[in-house]
Design a binder for this molecule. Structure first.
Ligand code: FEO
Ligand code: CA
Ligand code: CA
Ligand code: CA
Length: 655
């Protein structure tokens, strides 16, 4: 979800006078002075304990909290920091180039027509590159190689912006005004794309006519597997078996499995359905999943009974899952892996434990929701790709409880254990899967400030979690891992799994944790921000979202907040170890109204693919759009695009 949508949905239930909508339609916080508790009692380094959890004394020295600089400052990111900027163009640090690889409306399937923004049709959109690209996964060709000049790019497309697709619409009225044909375009323009990409020495290009080219939309049949398959809550008039659902939408980030499939994450059905959820037979469950009022933001419920809470009460249960897709096999049916639980899935970060079992880290992007991990029952098989086909159907889902002593327990969500009994509404593991949030509530999980990126540093094995923001948290609701109330600017946590014999055990059930960064302006004491003391006026950030690492272990953070702060969302680079720990530097700034997302490296670290999502979204209407990036042509709307970033001398990114 974008912070902008989050804020708009929050607006209706707010205390009067706390928030306001600007003349640009943006939601801002009106109350400037906020009561916050002192952090000193909440944020403490626990160096001796961390030494037991991960690494040696040398590691512990490198882990000194930002602000306690023990060595000379210096970031390993060698570029000269970009100056803050917010205009209708994008900008990158000196010494780097970026070019547009593919735009919304460009051809994906060979028979796709040219993009015609004045006459968009569903038949064209379902063959063209979708709108609002988010997740990017690079998969080398041939499969199993580490080629950095030829591969597949998997992309998902989160949501449509009707007010930036057609004139005469605003964001608020779009759902009620779209025609049936326009609704069909909004459906066909989202989902997922697979393209083939190649660098022939003159730069990266999308390969036309590729046999791998593929579009997945809300009409694509998807198999339901795992404990919720066939469950009564998954059965509908169109699918009385509860085993096949049409399509996927609201795909946000995701991940890649060790066997080279993609996990694309469904991040919330609320806002997409018509009808009144409070009149549904499942009103309480829907409300726990964020659907507590009529919305129908894209008009789907006016034309499709299955997207209407009262007409097809179970359809909503068939979304908010992790979808596994095999880009290497264009004929393979996508699968919703229900063992991984049902939530507003932001991402699914895969890593292998020392015994070969696969661990998937997942964040539920919702105020006061939780962090999860899934551990497969069996190890993966590196020799036989087909043997891993259904590996994600069996295993244990866990939810995180952060303890005040800077330990973290992963609590198993297993039917029949603890309070997950039939009398509490969990008669099967299918119940646990479909009602994951309720199961986690009973287990005693720690409520988080809208978790987003949840990513392992491939060099150190430490894990980083972006808590994007929580405007609603009050002083009585804080906890050690979410220590500010309200928390409009977010923070980043560092998780420390156990380690022995030089191996990090991501299947372990007790971790350590610390606060890595508290976001906000470090020059304002009231912000209670915490970074490396040398962080510049251009380098601090708010609203962390995606986190990625280059092959050398440098961290890349994308932000997702509306430009109320006076600058746009951007991409920042920082170290997690050494003298430059927690010292962010501004690297790339997309055009106004957009967030950049899902930094994705080739194996050699010399190419960075990046999504530029929703350019111009700070516009009320298309007629008054704030940017027409990247085409800058009258009559052509701003076009979300994938860009390619290279160093001008071809060297590794970030150095
Ligand atoms: Fe789609 Fe959680 O951002
Ligand atoms: Ca977001
Ligand atoms: Ca996004
Ligand atoms: Ca996100």
């Amino acid at each position: 979800m974008t912070k902008r949508l989050r804020a708009r949905r929050r607006l209706a239930g707010l205390p009067a006078g706390t928030y306001a909508t600007t003349d640009k339609g943006r939601v801002i916080r009106r109350s400037a002075a906020v009561e916050t508790p002192p952090l000193s009692a909440l944020v403490r380094a626990s160096l001796s304990r961390r030494g037991l959890l991960l690494g040696s004394a040398a590691t512990v020295a490198a882990l000194a909290l930002p602000g306690s600089r023990a060595e000379a400052a210096g970031s390993s990111a060698g570029f000269a920091e970009l100056a803050r900027v917010m205009d209708d163009h994008d900008h990158i640090a000196a010494g780097y180039d970026r070019k547009v690889l593919i735009r919304w409306g460009d051809k994906v399937l060979p028979e796709a027509p040219e993009f015609d923004p004045a006459a968009m049709t569903a038949a064209a959109a379902e063959r063209q590159f979708g709108i609002n690209n988010d997740l990017l996964v690079y998969l080398p060709l041939p499969i199993g190689s580490d080629r950095s000049d030829h591969g597949l790019l998997f992309v998902n497309h989160e949501y449509p912006n009707p007010q930036l697709m057609w004139t005469g619409l605003t964001e608020d009225d779009a759902g009620g005004k779209l025609t049936e044909a326009q609704v069909a375009v909004t459906m066909a323009a989202i989902g997922c794309s697979v393209i083939e990409v190649r660098d022939d020495g003159t730069g990266w290009q999308a390969v036309s006519g590729s046999r791998y080219a593929r579009r997945i939309t809300p009409a694509t049949p998807i198999r339901i597997s795992g404990p919720a398959a066939g469950h009564p809550l998954m059965r509908t008039a169109a699918d009385p078996e509860g085993r096949t659902v049409l399509g996927t939408f609201d795909n946000c980030n995701g991940g890649m499995t060790p066997w080279g499939t993609v996990l694309s994450c469904e991040e919330g059905f609320d806002g997409w359905f018509g009808g009144d959820p409070t009149k549904s037979e499942h009103a309480a469950l829907l409300a726990r999943y964020g659907a507590d009022e009529a919305e129908d933001g894209y008009g789907w419920g006016r034309f499709h009974d299955r997207f209407h809470y009262e007409r097809e009460p179970n359809e909503a249960h068939r979304f908010d899952w992790v979808v596994e897709i095999d880009p290497y096999d264009p004929g393979a049916q996508p699968v919703k892996r229900t063992a991984l639980g049902r939530m507003a899935h932001e991402n699914a970060g895969c890593v292998v434990a020392p015994d070969g079992r696969v661990v998937v880290y997942m964040a539920d992007d919702h105020d006061f929701d939780y962090l999860y991990k899934f551990v497969t029952a069996k190890p993966w098989n590196p020799q036989d790709r087909a043997a891993n086909r259904d590996l994600l159907d069996e295993g244990t889902l866990h939810v995180a409880r952060f303890n005040p002593d800077h330990t973290l327990d992963w609590l198993p969500l297993v039917q029949g254990e603890g309070r997950l009994t039939a009398e509490n509404g969990f008669a099967s593991q299918g119940d646990v899967a479909i009602k994951t949030r309720l199961a986690a509530d009973l287990a005693g999980a720690t409520p988080m400030d809208s978790p987003e990126g949840f990513t392992v540093n491939p060099v150190t094995g430490k894990i980083y979690v972006a808590l994007t923001e929580n405007e609603d948290i009050e002083a009585g609701q804080i906890n050690p891992a979410n220590p500010r109330a309200p928390n409009p600017e977010g923070h980043v946590l560092e998780l420390l799994p156990p380690a022995a014999d030089g191996k990090v055990d991501h299947a372990g059930t007790r971790y350590g944790w610390d606060i890595f960064i508290l976001c906000g302006d470090p020059a304002k004491p009231e912000a209670q921000a915490r970074y490396h003391p040398d962080t510049s006026a251009d380098g601090w950030f708010t609203d962390p979202d995606n986190i990625a690492f280059d092959p050398a272990g440098r961290m890349y953070v994308c932000t997702d907040g509306p430009p109320d702060a006076g600058f746009n969302d951007a991409l920042y680079v920082l170290d997690t170890e050494g003298p430059g720990r927690a010292l962010p530097k501004l690297f790339y700034s997309p055009p106004r109204g957009s967030e950049c997302s899902s930094p994705c490296f080739t194996p050699d670290g010399r190419t960075l693919f990046l999504s530029v999502q929703h350019p111009g979204e700070d516009s009320e209407t298309l007629d008054a759009v704030t940017t027409r990036w990247p085409d800058f042509k009258d009559g052509v709307p701003p076009r979300p695009s994938v860009i390619v970033i290279r160093r001008t001398d071809g060297g590794p990114i970030g150095t």
